[in-house]
Write a protein that binds this ligand. Structure first.
Ligand code: PRP
Ligand code: URA
Length: 208
């Protein structure tokens, strides 16, 4: 599948605030969460629904509902947790797993330090959350861990992605659906996304 880039004036507006280095922690967190909500909305466009009959105040009707228990959100620690608020508003009964990953600052390679997911993960649709997809190393590692556990349906939501990282993920895992608010220009020599928004984790948690 093609990477799905959200192209919408509202998203461009929100991204302009997010990217601005003068935007403070509160607003930064709020917008990460809002964009995550829009990404989740888009990623669920093909969601399967089950048949149900309900009673409206007027009459009974046949309609459809989502099995919220089928979904697991998997934020990549730390920055991915910033997207959790938004997606949980869309699917409030989804389960939540955590995968701990950081980029080694010298090699830029991801280091996996934590993995805790709901039982029967292999039967669920797992939606990985990470605001930044840069070299794609963290995304590839998270996907690999899930594939080893037998997960078949995986979607990836990122706020900003670099073309280099997207290509790596797509080349290795063409079956993974990637939804991103924006595909930026490139990576710089420190493997930061250009123009990007800086270090997402530090800006969400105010650590620098
Ligand atoms: C950032 C980001 C991704 C990763 C992306 O995390 O949140 O997980 O880098 O880079 P990659 O595509 O090159 O792997 P970071 O290592 O800064 O950890 P943090 O979330 O704790 O800030
Ligand atoms: N991680 C970030 O937080 N920002 C980038 O630009 C790249 C990786």
């Amino acid at each position: 599948m093609e990477v799905k880039e959200l192209k919408h004036p509202l998203i461009e507006h929100k991204l302009a605030i997010l990217r601005d280095k003068n935007t403070g922690t509160k607003e930064f967190r709020e917008i990460i969460s809002e964009i995550a909500m829009f990404l989740c909305y888009e990623a669920l466009k093909d969601a399967k629904l089950y048949d149900i009959t309900i009673e409206t105040p007027i009459k009974s009707m046949k309609t459809h509902k989502l099995d919220e228990n089928d979904y697991v959100f998997l934020p990549i620690l730390r920055a991915g947790t910033g997207m959790l608020d938004g997606v949980i508003r869309v699917i409030p009964n989804a389960k939540i797993g955590h995968i701990g990953m950081y980029r080694d600052e010298e090699t830029f390679e991801p280091v996996n330090y934590f993995f805790k997911v709901p039982s029967n993960i292999e039967k669920k649709t797992v939606i990985i959350l990470d605001p930044m997809l840069a070299t794609g190393g963290s995304a590839l590692d998270a996907i690999e861990v899930l594939k080893e556990k037998g997960v078949k349906r995986i979607k990836f939501l990122s706020i900003i992605s670099a073309p280099e990282g997207l290509k790596r993920v797509q080349d290795k895992y063409p079956d993974i659906e990637i939804y991103t608010a924006c595909i930026d220009e490139k990576l710089n020599s420190n493997k930061y996304i250009v123009p990007g928004l800086g270090d997402a984790g530090d800006r969400i948690f105010g650590t620098k």
